[in-house]
Design a protein around this ligand. Sequence first.
Ligand code: E4P
Length: 213
Amino acid sequence: MKFFIDTANIEDIREANKLGILAGVTTNPSLVAKEGVSFHDRLREITEEVSGSVSAEVISEDAEGMIEEGKELAAIAPNITVKVPMTLEGLKAVKAFSDLNIKTNVTLIFNANQALLAARAGATYVSPFLGRLDDIGQDGMELIANVAAIFDRHSIQTEIIAASIRHPIHVTDAALNGAHIATIPFNVLSSLVKHPLTDQGIEKFLADWNKQK
Ligand code: E4P
């Protein structure tokens, strides 16, 4: 499983990129709005920093508008992936982008049929939202496992991005259940390296080292 970062914050993206594990970035309109910057300018900065896929979401609700917006986004840099919501209009747009060789990430996936439809329309990625399903008492991880099983069974190449990740257990379980990618907020990404025994071990090694005569 690969790691994407789920943010539009350029400092966090730069910091994560230094770790040598960053394969891409996902943004959404809420994350961009939090930054208070021009969307296109920020996408330029991100695509200069990260060579992997950078998802940029359209806000139009009709296919025609999505296609127009998506073409403009895709023109910013070759590694832009156009993020499209899971609707009937979204599927039409995904098909059009696929014909134009523009990569797509179909977002707001909450059941396996939505994932299968997106894949068949030509999506490069699908993003099932784990955390938001858990929030309403449904099993987000079961969705990842089901989508992975269906894609495997039907030899579908579309990659599964485990999204709406809230904590480290989501990350481990997404990997175990067949997600190709997890897109993770910076605070969760940083917490993945932590273990109290690692900290204690470092402290003890240093204390012993300093006892040397
Ligand atoms: C993914 O592409 C989405 O931007 C994101 O994971 C949504 O997460 P949230 O449910 O924490 O807003």
